[in-house]
Write a protein of this length. Structure first.
Length: 287
């Protein structure tokens, strides 16, 4: 099996990376539209209960597939050839094909990021069902990280299915034993909740939102309870570095979800070395 994978890897890994580029294009849509869909739902719910009329824009369908992608300035529809990951951005010189409004560099960067991370997952886990699960986890973490960065909100529609999918994958101990996965989900949620509760008692301020609890619960369900201390420490370190680079001021809020997502993905890829490091540390500490 290993010899077969070694022979196929030079072909499979680039193919998976190319698929990642295509998926990355779709993730851009998800990152942009899910917050708008949630806001639309909240607005419609409030207006229905207050018996207020909807605007024409609010009555238009808004899903991941409708309306078709279009320029936010001139509303020109995006043609099929203008939707090719990375290549279209380069051909269009980073501008709308109709009104020449600059297109954010973030769109091709997310496509490239997804392609690279997909390739790494395929290289790490080989030709197996574990790779498929890893690709789902990777795509979801990318979406959650960018949505949280933009809105400081982690949608339940993404975090909660990720919890259950992690438990389902570990039903046969794919990435962790089922017992460790269940414990990881519970401890991931309750650990951050307790930490924030104590912080609020001491300072009167809310440290982080409930979405962070659910995201850590999801990572615990995928990776197991044993890695949670390392994951939280790594996420805190990443968050501090990110805050310094972004010049976040004292008392200014910043999203913790991206730090959790990055730390969780790193541990997912380097699962075994990190577990061995934890076991070594525990043995040296006399536990």
């Amino acid at each position: 099996m290993l010899e077969t994978w070694n022979a196929l890897a030079p072909v499979v890994v680039p193919l998976v990376a190319i698929v990642g580029l295509l998926i990355g294009s779709f993730l851009n849509v998800v990152i942009y539209r899910v917050p708008l869909m949630m806001e639309r739902g909240w607005t419609q719910f409030a207006k229905e209960h207050l018996n207020l009329p909807f605007t024409a824009e609010e009555e238009e369908p808004l899903t991941l597939s409708k309306p078709d992608s279009r320029c936010p300035k001139c509303y020109a529809p995006v043609k099929a050839w203008q939707n090719i990951p990375i290549l279209s951005y380069l051909l269009l010189d980073g501008k709308c094909g109709s009104c020449k409004m600059p297109i954010s560099i973030r769109y091709p960067m997310i496509e490239l990021l997804t392609g690279v991370l997909f390739g790494v997952v395929a290289w790490q886990y080989g030709w197996s069902w574990l790779t498929f699960g890893g690709l789902i986890l990777t795509a979801t973490l990318i979406v959650l990280a960018f949505i949280d960065y933009d809105t400081q909100y982690l949608p339940d529609s993404l975090t909660l299915p990720l919890v259950w999918l992690g438990l389902l994958y570990n039903f046969n101990s794919a990435f962790a034993t089922l017992q460790s996965a269940v414990l990881g989900a519970v401890c991931g949620y309750m650990g951050l909740w307790l930490l924030c509760y104590v912080y609020k008692l001491l300072t009167g301020k809310t440290g982080m939102g409930g979405g962070d609890f659910k995201l850590l619960a999801a990572l615990g369900a995928w990776l197991g309870a044993g890695v949670l201390p390392v994951l939280v420490f790594m996420a805190a370190l990443i968050g501090i570095i990110g805050a310094v680079i972004s010049h976040v001021g004292k008392g200014q809020q910043f999203a913790f979800g991206p730090s959790l997502a990055v730390a969780g993905w790193i541990i997912f890829i380097a699962n075994e070395p990190i577990r061995q490091l934890i076991q070594w540390w525990l043995s040296k500490s006399g536990f």
